[in-house]
Ligand binder design. Structure first.
Ligand code: UD1
Ligand code: CA
Length: 488
Protein backbone atom coordinates (compact mmCIF):
# COMPACT_ATOMS: atom_id res chain seq x y z
CA UNK A 1 0.00 0.00 0.00
CA UNK A 2 1.19 3.47 -0.76
CA UNK A 3 0.47 6.78 0.89
CA UNK A 4 -1.76 6.71 3.94
CA UNK A 5 -4.31 4.19 2.74
CA UNK A 6 -4.49 1.23 5.10
CA UNK A 7 -4.54 -2.34 3.85
CA UNK A 8 -7.25 -3.08 6.40
CA UNK A 9 -9.17 -1.59 9.28
CA UNK A 10 -10.23 -4.00 12.03
CA UNK A 11 -13.05 -2.93 14.34
CA UNK A 12 -13.28 -4.89 17.59
CA UNK A 13 -16.91 -5.40 18.61
CA UNK A 14 -17.06 -8.83 20.22
CA UNK A 15 -17.27 -7.72 23.85
CA UNK A 16 -20.37 -8.16 25.99
CA UNK A 17 -20.96 -4.63 27.23
CA UNK A 18 -22.63 -5.92 30.39
CA UNK A 19 -22.69 -2.50 32.04
CA UNK A 20 -25.24 -1.28 29.51
CA UNK A 21 -27.80 -3.62 31.19
CA UNK A 22 -29.53 -4.05 27.88
CA UNK A 23 -31.02 -6.70 25.62
CA UNK A 24 -29.55 -4.68 22.74
CA UNK A 25 -25.83 -5.24 22.09
CA UNK A 26 -23.83 -2.21 23.23
CA UNK A 27 -22.47 -1.33 19.79
CA UNK A 28 -26.03 -1.12 18.40
CA UNK A 29 -27.04 1.63 20.85
CA UNK A 30 -27.33 4.94 19.03
CA UNK A 31 -26.21 8.55 19.31
CA UNK A 32 -26.56 11.24 16.68
CA UNK A 33 -28.78 9.03 14.53
CA UNK A 34 -26.24 6.24 14.12
CA UNK A 35 -25.26 3.13 16.05
CA UNK A 36 -21.96 3.27 17.94
CA UNK A 37 -20.70 0.69 15.44
CA UNK A 38 -22.03 2.78 12.56
CA UNK A 39 -19.87 5.70 13.78
CA UNK A 40 -16.82 3.40 13.96
CA UNK A 41 -17.47 2.08 10.45
CA UNK A 42 -17.88 5.60 9.04
CA UNK A 43 -14.54 6.71 10.54
CA UNK A 44 -12.86 3.54 9.28
CA UNK A 45 -14.28 3.92 5.76
CA UNK A 46 -13.03 7.52 5.60
CA UNK A 47 -9.46 6.16 5.49
CA UNK A 48 -10.23 4.23 2.29
CA UNK A 49 -9.11 0.77 3.41
CA UNK A 50 -8.80 -2.17 1.05
CA UNK A 51 -10.51 -4.40 3.64
CA UNK A 52 -12.75 -3.60 6.59
CA UNK A 53 -13.38 -6.33 9.15
CA UNK A 54 -15.66 -6.25 12.19
CA UNK A 55 -14.93 -8.79 14.94
CA UNK A 56 -18.11 -10.15 16.55
CA UNK A 57 -19.09 -12.68 19.19
CA UNK A 58 -21.65 -11.38 21.73
CA UNK A 59 -25.11 -11.30 20.02
CA UNK A 60 -23.21 -12.16 16.87
CA UNK A 61 -26.22 -12.45 14.54
CA UNK A 62 -27.72 -9.10 15.52
CA UNK A 63 -24.40 -7.31 15.15
CA UNK A 64 -23.54 -9.06 11.85
CA UNK A 65 -26.96 -8.19 10.40
CA UNK A 66 -26.46 -4.56 11.38
CA UNK A 67 -23.03 -4.46 9.73
CA UNK A 68 -24.49 -5.97 6.54
CA UNK A 69 -27.11 -3.25 6.65
CA UNK A 70 -24.84 -0.22 7.11
CA UNK A 71 -21.81 -1.51 5.18
CA UNK A 72 -22.43 -4.54 2.94
CA UNK A 73 -18.76 -4.52 1.91
CA UNK A 74 -17.48 -5.14 5.45
CA UNK A 75 -16.21 -8.59 6.48
CA UNK A 76 -17.56 -10.29 9.58
CA UNK A 77 -14.87 -12.07 11.63
CA UNK A 78 -16.13 -14.38 14.36
CA UNK A 79 -14.09 -14.52 17.55
CA UNK A 80 -13.83 -17.93 19.24
CA UNK A 81 -13.99 -18.71 22.97
CA UNK A 82 -10.46 -17.40 23.61
CA UNK A 83 -10.87 -13.98 25.19
CA UNK A 84 -9.10 -10.69 24.77
CA UNK A 85 -8.40 -7.91 22.31
CA UNK A 86 -5.36 -9.76 21.00
CA UNK A 87 -7.40 -12.83 20.15
CA UNK A 88 -10.01 -10.58 18.52
CA UNK A 89 -7.35 -9.04 16.25
CA UNK A 90 -5.99 -12.52 15.47
CA UNK A 91 -9.46 -13.72 14.42
CA UNK A 92 -9.74 -10.72 12.10
CA UNK A 93 -6.40 -11.54 10.49
CA UNK A 94 -7.67 -15.06 9.79
CA UNK A 95 -10.44 -13.54 7.69
CA UNK A 96 -8.04 -11.31 5.75
CA UNK A 97 -5.74 -12.47 2.94
CA UNK A 98 -2.77 -14.47 4.31
CA UNK A 99 -0.31 -12.39 2.30
CA UNK A 100 -1.72 -9.06 3.46
CA UNK A 101 1.00 -6.42 3.67
CA UNK A 102 0.95 -2.75 4.63
CA UNK A 103 -0.82 -1.08 7.52
CA UNK A 104 -3.61 -2.57 9.60
CA UNK A 105 -5.58 -0.10 11.73
CA UNK A 106 -7.28 -1.50 14.81
CA UNK A 107 -10.10 0.40 16.48
CA UNK A 108 -13.17 -0.27 18.65
CA UNK A 109 -16.87 -0.47 17.88
CA UNK A 110 -17.77 1.52 21.00
CA UNK A 111 -15.70 4.71 20.45
CA UNK A 112 -18.19 6.85 18.51
CA UNK A 113 -16.52 10.27 18.44
CA UNK A 114 -13.38 9.09 16.67
CA UNK A 115 -13.19 10.71 13.23
CA UNK A 116 -11.72 9.66 9.91
CA UNK A 117 -9.42 12.71 10.14
CA UNK A 118 -7.91 11.48 13.38
CA UNK A 119 -7.37 7.99 11.92
CA UNK A 120 -5.68 9.61 8.93
CA UNK A 121 -3.47 11.60 11.32
CA UNK A 122 -2.49 8.31 13.00
CA UNK A 123 -1.68 6.76 9.60
CA UNK A 124 0.42 9.73 8.52
CA UNK A 125 2.38 9.71 11.76
CA UNK A 126 2.85 5.93 11.51
CA UNK A 127 4.24 6.23 7.98
CA UNK A 128 6.45 9.27 8.65
CA UNK A 129 8.06 7.69 11.73
CA UNK A 130 8.55 4.43 9.82
CA UNK A 131 7.23 2.55 12.83
CA UNK A 132 6.10 -1.06 13.00
CA UNK A 133 3.45 -0.07 15.52
CA UNK A 134 1.96 3.31 16.42
CA UNK A 135 -0.45 3.53 19.33
CA UNK A 136 -2.81 6.45 19.74
CA UNK A 137 -2.53 7.79 23.29
CA UNK A 138 -4.26 10.40 25.41
CA UNK A 139 -3.62 12.24 28.68
CA UNK A 140 -6.41 11.11 30.99
CA UNK A 141 -7.32 13.23 34.03
CA UNK A 142 -8.29 9.92 35.69
CA UNK A 143 -6.46 7.02 34.04
CA UNK A 144 -8.08 4.34 36.24
CA UNK A 145 -8.95 1.23 34.25
CA UNK A 146 -6.92 2.08 31.17
CA UNK A 147 -3.72 0.52 29.91
CA UNK A 148 -0.70 2.79 30.66
CA UNK A 149 1.99 3.69 28.13
CA UNK A 150 5.46 2.65 29.28
CA UNK A 151 8.39 4.69 28.01
CA UNK A 152 12.13 4.33 28.60
CA UNK A 153 14.48 7.11 29.75
CA UNK A 154 14.81 8.42 26.18
CA UNK A 155 11.03 8.67 25.95
CA UNK A 156 10.66 5.79 23.50
CA UNK A 157 7.56 3.61 23.90
CA UNK A 158 8.51 0.18 25.23
CA UNK A 159 5.13 -1.32 25.97
CA UNK A 160 1.70 -1.07 27.59
CA UNK A 161 0.67 -2.39 30.99
CA UNK A 162 -2.99 -2.98 31.82
CA UNK A 163 -4.38 -1.25 34.91
CA UNK A 164 -5.09 -4.60 36.58
CA UNK A 165 -1.52 -5.75 35.98
CA UNK A 166 0.19 -2.44 36.83
CA UNK A 167 2.16 -1.65 39.99
CA UNK A 168 1.75 1.57 41.99
CA UNK A 169 4.43 3.44 40.01
CA UNK A 170 2.90 2.43 36.67
CA UNK A 171 -0.59 3.38 37.85
CA UNK A 172 0.66 6.93 38.39
CA UNK A 173 1.24 7.26 34.63
CA UNK A 174 -1.36 9.52 33.02
CA UNK A 175 -0.65 8.65 29.39
CA UNK A 176 -3.20 5.98 28.48
CA UNK A 177 -3.71 3.55 25.63
CA UNK A 178 -6.71 4.58 23.53
CA UNK A 179 -6.94 1.08 22.07
CA UNK A 180 -6.52 2.51 18.56
CA UNK A 181 -3.38 1.50 16.69
CA UNK A 182 -1.62 1.31 13.34
CA UNK A 183 0.27 -1.96 12.85
CA UNK A 184 2.54 -3.27 10.18
CA UNK A 185 0.55 -6.34 9.11
CA UNK A 186 3.43 -8.83 9.29
CA UNK A 187 4.60 -7.52 12.68
CA UNK A 188 1.08 -7.86 14.08
CA UNK A 189 0.60 -11.41 12.78
CA UNK A 190 4.00 -12.51 13.95
CA UNK A 191 3.82 -10.95 17.44
CA UNK A 192 0.24 -12.16 18.13
CA UNK A 193 1.38 -15.73 17.58
CA UNK A 194 3.74 -15.26 20.51
CA UNK A 195 1.39 -13.50 22.95
CA UNK A 196 0.01 -15.61 25.79
CA UNK A 197 -2.73 -15.23 28.39
CA UNK A 198 -0.59 -15.01 31.50
CA UNK A 199 -2.11 -11.88 33.07
CA UNK A 200 -4.64 -10.76 35.69
CA UNK A 201 -7.61 -11.39 33.36
CA UNK A 202 -6.33 -14.55 31.65
CA UNK A 203 -6.91 -12.92 28.27
CA UNK A 204 -4.85 -12.59 25.14
CA UNK A 205 -4.00 -8.88 25.19
CA UNK A 206 -3.43 -6.93 22.00
CA UNK A 207 -1.37 -4.55 24.13
CA UNK A 208 1.27 -7.25 24.65
CA UNK A 209 2.11 -7.06 20.93
CA UNK A 210 3.94 -3.78 21.58
CA UNK A 211 6.39 -5.31 24.07
CA UNK A 212 7.01 -8.33 21.83
CA UNK A 213 7.71 -6.19 18.75
CA UNK A 214 9.90 -3.86 20.76
CA UNK A 215 11.94 -6.80 22.09
CA UNK A 216 12.37 -7.88 18.45
CA UNK A 217 13.95 -4.49 17.80
CA UNK A 218 11.01 -3.05 15.90
CA UNK A 219 10.15 0.63 16.20
CA UNK A 220 7.11 1.37 18.37
CA UNK A 221 5.71 4.90 18.54
CA UNK A 222 2.93 6.86 20.17
CA UNK A 223 0.55 9.29 18.48
CA UNK A 224 -0.90 11.57 21.15
CA UNK A 225 -4.48 12.67 20.52
CA UNK A 226 -5.29 15.98 22.21
CA UNK A 227 -9.04 15.54 21.78
CA UNK A 228 -9.79 13.14 24.64
CA UNK A 229 -13.43 12.68 23.60
CA UNK A 230 -12.32 10.94 20.43
CA UNK A 231 -10.74 8.14 22.43
CA UNK A 232 -13.59 7.84 24.93
CA UNK A 233 -15.56 4.60 24.86
CA UNK A 234 -19.12 3.88 25.92
CA UNK A 235 -19.44 1.38 28.76
CA UNK A 236 -22.76 2.38 30.34
CA UNK A 237 -25.75 4.58 29.60
CA UNK A 238 -24.33 7.55 31.47
CA UNK A 239 -21.39 7.59 29.06
CA UNK A 240 -23.80 7.01 26.16
CA UNK A 241 -25.68 10.21 27.09
CA UNK A 242 -22.47 12.16 27.72
CA UNK A 243 -20.94 11.23 24.36
CA UNK A 244 -24.32 11.87 22.71
CA UNK A 245 -24.29 15.40 24.12
CA UNK A 246 -20.68 16.05 23.06
CA UNK A 247 -21.41 14.73 19.56
CA UNK A 248 -24.43 17.03 19.37
CA UNK A 249 -22.34 20.00 20.51
CA UNK A 250 -20.00 19.24 17.63
CA UNK A 251 -22.89 19.02 15.16
CA UNK A 252 -24.53 22.27 16.29
CA UNK A 253 -21.16 24.07 16.18
CA UNK A 254 -20.49 22.71 12.71
CA UNK A 255 -23.78 24.08 11.40
CA UNK A 256 -23.45 27.43 13.18
CA UNK A 257 -20.03 27.82 11.54
CA UNK A 258 -21.68 27.00 8.21
CA UNK A 259 -24.14 29.89 8.60
CA UNK A 260 -27.10 28.38 10.49
CA UNK A 261 -28.54 30.33 13.44
CA UNK A 262 -29.17 28.05 16.40
CA UNK A 263 -30.81 30.03 19.19
CA UNK A 264 -30.36 27.37 21.88
CA UNK A 265 -27.77 24.71 20.99
CA UNK A 266 -28.38 22.89 24.28
CA UNK A 267 -31.95 21.96 23.30
CA UNK A 268 -31.35 21.56 19.57
CA UNK A 269 -30.47 18.05 18.38
CA UNK A 270 -29.02 17.46 14.95
CA UNK A 271 -28.18 13.98 13.66
CA UNK A 272 -24.93 13.46 11.80
CA UNK A 273 -26.51 12.84 8.38
CA UNK A 274 -28.55 16.06 8.33
CA UNK A 275 -27.82 18.98 5.98
CA UNK A 276 -28.97 22.56 6.60
CA UNK A 277 -28.76 25.58 4.29
CA UNK A 278 -27.31 28.99 5.06
CA UNK A 279 -29.34 31.56 7.03
CA UNK A 280 -31.79 28.99 8.28
CA UNK A 281 -32.80 29.48 11.92
CA UNK A 282 -33.41 26.65 14.38
CA UNK A 283 -35.47 27.73 17.40
CA UNK A 284 -35.29 26.01 20.82
CA UNK A 285 -36.32 22.40 21.46
CA UNK A 286 -35.96 21.31 17.85
CA UNK A 287 -34.76 17.89 16.71
CA UNK A 288 -33.55 17.43 13.16
CA UNK A 289 -33.07 13.70 12.69
CA UNK A 290 -32.13 10.98 10.26
CA UNK A 291 -31.46 11.92 6.64
CA UNK A 292 -33.25 15.26 6.85
CA UNK A 293 -32.38 18.09 4.47
CA UNK A 294 -33.32 21.68 5.24
CA UNK A 295 -32.87 24.43 2.66
CA UNK A 296 -31.80 28.04 3.11
CA UNK A 297 -33.65 30.81 4.98
CA UNK A 298 -36.02 28.37 6.66
CA UNK A 299 -37.30 28.87 10.21
CA UNK A 300 -37.72 25.65 12.16
CA UNK A 301 -39.10 25.47 15.70
CA UNK A 302 -39.71 25.98 18.47
CA UNK A 303 -40.55 22.40 19.49
CA UNK A 304 -40.28 20.63 16.18
CA UNK A 305 -39.20 17.06 15.45
CA UNK A 306 -38.29 16.35 11.82
CA UNK A 307 -37.13 12.91 10.73
CA UNK A 308 -35.98 11.76 7.27
CA UNK A 309 -37.70 14.69 5.58
CA UNK A 310 -36.98 17.47 3.12
CA UNK A 311 -37.74 21.09 4.00
CA UNK A 312 -37.50 23.68 1.21
CA UNK A 313 -35.91 27.12 1.13
CA UNK A 314 -37.75 29.72 3.16
CA UNK A 315 -40.19 27.24 4.69
CA UNK A 316 -41.50 27.67 8.24
CA UNK A 317 -42.28 24.78 10.58
CA UNK A 318 -43.52 25.50 14.11
CA UNK A 319 -44.39 23.05 16.92
CA UNK A 320 -44.81 20.05 14.65
CA UNK A 321 -43.86 16.42 14.13
CA UNK A 322 -42.68 15.71 10.57
CA UNK A 323 -41.74 12.23 9.36
CA UNK A 324 -40.78 11.11 5.83
CA UNK A 325 -42.42 14.19 4.41
CA UNK A 326 -41.55 17.02 2.05
CA UNK A 327 -42.33 20.67 2.72
CA UNK A 328 -41.91 22.87 -0.34
CA UNK A 329 -40.14 26.21 -0.62
CA UNK A 330 -41.88 29.01 1.23
CA UNK A 331 -44.52 26.66 2.65
CA UNK A 332 -45.64 26.84 6.27
CA UNK A 333 -46.55 24.18 8.81
CA UNK A 334 -48.03 24.32 12.31
CA UNK A 335 -48.42 25.01 15.08
CA UNK A 336 -49.42 21.62 16.50
CA UNK A 337 -49.52 19.54 13.34
CA UNK A 338 -48.43 16.02 12.45
CA UNK A 339 -47.04 15.31 8.99
CA UNK A 340 -46.82 11.57 8.47
CA UNK A 341 -45.04 9.62 5.71
CA UNK A 342 -45.90 10.56 2.16
CA UNK A 343 -46.95 14.12 2.94
CA UNK A 344 -45.79 16.41 0.14
CA UNK A 345 -46.67 20.07 0.63
CA UNK A 346 -46.14 22.18 -2.48
CA UNK A 347 -44.29 25.50 -2.66
CA UNK A 348 -46.06 28.26 -0.78
CA UNK A 349 -48.66 25.83 0.59
CA UNK A 350 -49.94 25.73 4.13
CA UNK A 351 -50.66 23.06 6.70
CA UNK A 352 -51.90 25.04 9.66
CA UNK A 353 -52.85 24.24 13.25
CA UNK A 354 -54.01 20.83 14.50
CA UNK A 355 -53.80 19.14 11.11
CA UNK A 356 -52.74 15.52 10.52
CA UNK A 357 -51.65 14.48 7.04
CA UNK A 358 -50.56 11.15 5.58
CA UNK A 359 -49.81 10.17 2.00
CA UNK A 360 -51.13 13.53 0.89
CA UNK A 361 -49.93 15.56 -2.09
CA UNK A 362 -50.92 19.14 -1.47
CA UNK A 363 -50.36 21.37 -4.49
CA UNK A 364 -48.58 24.69 -4.79
CA UNK A 365 -50.20 27.39 -2.72
CA UNK A 366 -52.95 25.04 -1.51
CA UNK A 367 -54.08 25.48 2.09
CA UNK A 368 -55.20 23.09 4.78
CA UNK A 369 -55.27 25.65 7.56
CA UNK A 370 -57.23 24.29 10.53
CA UNK A 371 -58.22 21.09 12.38
CA UNK A 372 -58.16 18.61 9.52
CA UNK A 373 -57.33 14.96 8.92
CA UNK A 374 -56.04 14.58 5.37
CA UNK A 375 -55.07 11.03 4.40
CA UNK A 376 -54.58 9.45 0.95
CA UNK A 377 -55.36 12.65 -0.89
CA UNK A 378 -54.23 14.72 -3.84
CA UNK A 379 -55.08 18.39 -3.54
CA UNK A 380 -54.61 20.67 -6.55
CA UNK A 381 -52.76 23.98 -6.59
CA UNK A 382 -54.47 26.86 -4.83
CA UNK A 383 -57.26 24.76 -3.34
CA UNK A 384 -58.59 25.67 0.12
CA UNK A 385 -59.70 23.05 2.60
CA UNK A 386 -62.03 24.51 5.25
CA UNK A 387 -61.65 24.15 9.00
CA UNK A 388 -62.51 20.74 10.39
CA UNK A 389 -62.58 18.89 7.07
CA UNK A 390 -62.09 15.15 7.39
CA UNK A 391 -60.80 13.02 4.54
CA UNK A 392 -62.56 9.74 5.41
CA UNK A 393 -60.09 7.43 3.68
CA UNK A 394 -60.79 4.18 5.51
CA UNK A 395 -63.96 2.11 5.21
CA UNK A 396 -62.90 -0.35 7.87
CA UNK A 397 -61.32 -2.68 5.32
CA UNK A 398 -59.36 -0.68 2.76
CA UNK A 399 -57.95 2.80 2.23
CA UNK A 400 -59.31 4.97 -0.61
CA UNK A 401 -58.17 8.14 -2.31
CA UNK A 402 -59.67 11.62 -2.45
CA UNK A 403 -58.80 14.01 -5.28
CA UNK A 404 -59.46 17.75 -5.00
CA UNK A 405 -58.92 19.79 -8.18
CA UNK A 406 -56.96 23.02 -8.47
CA UNK A 407 -58.49 26.20 -7.01
CA UNK A 408 -61.40 24.30 -5.47
CA UNK A 409 -62.96 25.23 -2.15
CA UNK A 410 -64.11 22.73 0.46
CA UNK A 411 -66.39 24.31 3.08
CA UNK A 412 -65.76 23.86 6.79
CA UNK A 413 -66.61 20.68 8.64
CA UNK A 414 -67.07 18.58 5.52
CA UNK A 415 -66.48 14.86 5.38
CA UNK A 416 -65.04 13.67 2.07
CA UNK A 417 -65.92 9.99 1.95
CA UNK A 418 -63.34 8.32 -0.31
CA UNK A 419 -63.09 7.36 -3.06
CA UNK A 420 -64.35 10.71 -4.25
CA UNK A 421 -63.17 13.39 -6.67
CA UNK A 422 -63.88 17.11 -6.62
CA UNK A 423 -63.05 18.66 -9.99
CA UNK A 424 -61.00 21.80 -10.53
CA UNK A 425 -62.76 25.04 -9.69
CA UNK A 426 -65.60 23.42 -7.72
CA UNK A 427 -67.18 24.10 -4.33
CA UNK A 428 -68.31 21.83 -1.55
CA UNK A 429 -70.78 23.50 0.80
CA UNK A 430 -69.82 23.65 4.49
CA UNK A 431 -70.99 20.69 6.52
CA UNK A 432 -71.31 18.36 3.53
CA UNK A 433 -70.83 14.61 3.73
CA UNK A 434 -69.63 13.96 0.21
CA UNK A 435 -70.09 10.54 -1.39
CA UNK A 436 -70.30 11.39 -5.10
CA UNK A 437 -67.93 13.19 -7.45
CA UNK A 438 -68.31 16.94 -8.03
CA UNK A 439 -67.55 18.30 -11.50
CA UNK A 440 -65.68 21.50 -12.36
CA UNK A 441 -67.72 24.62 -11.72
CA UNK A 442 -70.37 22.84 -9.61
CA UNK A 443 -71.21 23.34 -5.95
CA UNK A 444 -72.14 20.21 -4.02
CA UNK A 445 -74.51 20.62 -1.10
CA UNK A 446 -74.59 17.32 0.70
CA UNK A 447 -76.41 17.94 3.95
CA UNK A 448 -80.02 17.97 5.21
CA UNK A 449 -82.14 21.01 4.47
CA UNK A 450 -82.66 23.38 7.42
CA UNK A 451 -86.16 23.51 9.06
CA UNK A 452 -87.19 26.25 11.56
CA UNK A 453 -90.21 25.37 13.78
CA UNK A 454 -92.14 28.33 15.17
CA UNK A 455 -92.97 28.54 18.89
CA UNK A 456 -91.10 25.37 19.77
CA UNK A 457 -89.26 26.84 22.77
CA UNK A 458 -92.44 28.18 24.32
CA UNK A 459 -94.18 24.82 23.99
CA UNK A 460 -91.36 22.45 24.83
CA UNK A 461 -89.39 24.54 27.38
CA UNK A 462 -91.98 26.73 29.12
CA UNK A 463 -90.78 28.87 32.01
CA UNK A 464 -87.08 28.55 31.20
CA UNK A 465 -84.69 31.45 30.85
CA UNK A 466 -84.50 30.57 27.16
CA UNK A 467 -88.27 30.91 26.81
CA UNK A 468 -88.09 34.26 28.68
CA UNK A 469 -85.41 35.51 26.33
CA UNK A 470 -87.47 34.45 23.32
CA UNK A 471 -90.52 36.28 24.64
CA UNK A 472 -88.54 39.44 25.34
CA UNK A 473 -87.00 39.35 21.89
CA UNK A 474 -90.32 38.89 20.07
CA UNK A 475 -91.98 41.62 22.22
CA UNK A 476 -89.36 44.14 21.07
CA UNK A 477 -89.15 43.21 17.43
CA UNK A 478 -92.46 41.52 16.79
CA UNK A 479 -90.41 38.88 15.08
CA UNK A 480 -91.90 35.53 15.95
CA UNK A 481 -89.68 33.81 13.47
CA UNK A 482 -92.26 33.76 10.66
CA UNK A 483 -89.84 35.57 8.41
CA UNK A 484 -86.94 33.21 9.12
CA UNK A 485 -85.61 31.74 5.97
CA UNK A 486 -85.77 28.10 5.07
CA UNK A 487 -82.05 27.52 4.88
CA UNK A 488 -80.26 25.89 1.99
C1 UD1 B 1 -8.54 -2.03 26.37
C2 UD1 B 1 -7.01 -2.06 26.36
C3 UD1 B 1 -6.50 -0.94 27.25
C4 UD1 B 1 -7.03 0.41 26.75
C5 UD1 B 1 -8.55 0.36 26.67
C6 UD1 B 1 -9.04 1.61 26.00
C7 UD1 B 1 -6.33 -4.38 26.04
C8 UD1 B 1 -5.83 -5.59 26.70
N1 UD1 B 1 -6.56 -3.34 26.85
O1 UD1 B 1 -8.95 -2.30 27.69
O2 UD1 B 1 -5.08 -0.91 27.25
O3 UD1 B 1 -6.62 1.44 27.64
O4 UD1 B 1 -8.99 -0.77 25.89
O5 UD1 B 1 -10.43 1.65 26.02
O6 UD1 B 1 -6.46 -4.34 24.85
N2 UD1 B 1 -13.15 -6.86 22.47
C9 UD1 B 1 -13.29 -7.91 21.57
N3 UD1 B 1 -13.00 -9.17 21.98
C10 UD1 B 1 -12.55 -9.44 23.23
C11 UD1 B 1 -12.39 -8.37 24.14
C12 UD1 B 1 -12.68 -7.08 23.73
O7 UD1 B 1 -13.72 -7.69 20.44
O8 UD1 B 1 -12.31 -10.60 23.52
C13 UD1 B 1 -13.49 -5.50 22.05
C14 UD1 B 1 -14.61 -4.93 22.87
O9 UD1 B 1 -15.87 -5.19 22.26
C15 UD1 B 1 -14.28 -3.45 22.88
C16 UD1 B 1 -12.77 -3.42 22.78
O10 UD1 B 1 -12.39 -4.67 22.28
O11 UD1 B 1 -14.80 -2.78 21.76
C17 UD1 B 1 -12.10 -3.13 24.09
O12 UD1 B 1 -12.43 -4.14 25.02
P1 UD1 B 1 -12.52 -3.86 26.55
O13 UD1 B 1 -12.83 -5.09 27.24
O14 UD1 B 1 -13.41 -2.68 26.80
O15 UD1 B 1 -11.00 -3.44 26.86
P2 UD1 B 1 -10.47 -2.68 28.11
O16 UD1 B 1 -10.37 -3.63 29.24
O17 UD1 B 1 -11.24 -1.45 28.32
CA1 CA C 1 -13.53 -0.52 27.50
Amino acid sequence: MTGSTPAAVVILAAGEGTRMKSATPKVLHRIGGRSLLGHAIAAARATGPLHLAVVVRHERDLVAAHVADVDPGALIADQDEIKGTGRAAECALEHLPRDLTGTVLVTYGDVPLLTGDTLRGLLDSHRESRSAITVMTAEAPDPTGYGRILRDDSGAVVGIVEHKDADERQRAIREINSGIYAFDAATLRDALARVGTDNAQGEKYLTDVLGVARADGRRVSAYPCDDVWQTEGVNDRVQLATLGRILNERQTQRWMRAGVTIVDPATTWIDVDVTIGMDTTLLPATQVLGATTIGRDAVIGPEVTIRDSEIGDGAQVRRAEVHLARVGAGASVGPYSYLRPGTDLGAGGKIGGFVETKNARIGEGAKVPHLTYCGDATIGAGANIGAGTIFANYDGVAKHTTVIGAQSFVGSNSVLIAPVTVGAGAYVAAGSALVADVHPGQIAVARAKQRNIDGWVDRARPGTATAEAARAATRHTGDSGDAAREGA
